[in-house]
Design a protein around this ligand. Structure first.
Ligand code: KG4
Ligand code: ZN
Length: 330
């Protein structure tokens, strides 16, 4: 039995978790900085790194306590190296190095995007995962369609050429006057709105598998400028969400149909969106696996799960393990 401690500090969540054999979550602690960043309406990188420094030790200690483990019970430490905010990544990587060096534990560096896919292995769906797997990774910084042919084997099929899906939710949330982060706030507001009120553009990108969301964001802005107050926030939110969801779900379904994908996995913070979850399931002719919400948004259990496979593959990072803020997958 292999117990991996996962550490995640790539963005605005300080997280630590212990996972057994890449599947069983013994503990998963997430300290969100949302309240801290809400006053700025977005993430302030300098503030994020300092908050990680203050929070990382208590979070790791809690993860060990909840798992009822001592340091000697661990088999390895896995930490996010990229992509993400440089100052934030540095905090996690250096703490992980200190722990691994101090306790003589193996260390593995993890790609945050890859780890989002591994959230699936933390659920009962782990038994249904079949390669090749088509992953739609939608987060605050990324929107990617990735073909995973096996552990560690990735091919990027498409990505956004401008804003990420989550970024579009956050920016449109801000211009509608909704609280940060925009994603959950828009979802909530959209529940009471009519998605057909406004016909916002869908960027089909010549039928390819790339995405673009900046035109949609500008279209919402123009519409808001044209309307007289009070704004129909709920209808705007519902119509915007419908535009994002339609493009994501339809391109994912098409990518699955055009490839030999056996399963479709939805991952990343935006996959917490109920409308997106339903639409991807409805559009795809393959089994669609979506982790529970707590493992869709940033957490360290997915880092530990991914770390388990890396550890089993014999991967070991040295003391020169570096951060890679612009790291890609596939
Ligand atoms: O994966 P994640 O937690 O952090 C990054 O790696 O970026 O994703 C955060 C993003 C934010 O943009 C947030 O607005 C979005 O996920 N998000 C949502 C929902 N919950 C979080 N977007 C749409 N609907 C949601 N329910
Ligand atoms: Zn993420």
């Amino acid at each position: 039995m292999i117990r991996i401690l996962g550490i995640e500090t790539s963005c605005d969540e300080t997280a630590a978790a212990v996972v057994l054999d890449g599947r069983v979550v013994l503990s998963s602690i997430v300290a969100s900085q949302i309240d801290l960043h809400a006053q700025y309406g977005g993430i302030f990188p300098e503030v994020a790194s300092r908050a990680h420094i203050e929070t990382i030790y208590p979070v790791i200690r809690e993860a060990m306590e909840v798992a009822h483990l001592g340091w000697d019970d661990l088999d390895g430490v896995a930490v996010t190296c990229g992509p993400g905010l440089a100052g934030s990544l540095l905090v996690g990587v250096n703490v992980a190095k200190g722990l691994a060096l101090g306790r003589g534990l193996p260390l593995v560096g993890i790609n945050h995007l890859e780890a989002h896919l591994y959230a699936t292995w933390l659920t009962e769906d782990a038994d249904r995962v079949a390669f090749p797997l088509l992953g739609l990774i939608v987060s605050g910084g990324h929107t990617e369609l990735v073909m995973m042919r096996g552990h560690g084997d990735y091919e990027r099929l498409g990505a956004t050429i401008d804003d990420a899906a989550g970024e579009a939710f956050d920016k449109v949330g801000r211009l509608l006057g909704l609280p940060y982060p925009g994603g959950p706030a828009i979802q909530e507001s959209a529940r009471r709105g009519n998605p057909d009120s406004f016909r916002f553009p869908r960027a089909w990108m010549d039928g390819g598998l790339n995405f673009s969301f900046s035109g949609l964001k500008t279209a919402v802005l123009r519409q808001v400028q044209e309307l007289r107050p009070p704004l129909p926030i709920e209808d705007l939110a519902a119509s915007f969400q419908a535009a994002v969801v339609e493009v994501l779900a339809s391109k994912t379904a098409r990518a699955a149909a055009e490839t030999d994908a056996s399963t479709v996995v939805l991952a990343g913070g935006v996959s917490a969106n109920q409308a997106l979850r339903q639409a991807v399931k409805a559009a795809s002719d393959r089994p669609v696996l979506i982790p529970p919400i707590e493992y869709c948004t940033d957490n360290a259990a997915m880092i530990a799960a991914c770390g388990y496979w890396r550890y089993q593959a014999g991967e070991r990072a040295g003391w020169d393990l570096d951060i890679d803020p612009g790291q890609r997958l596939g």
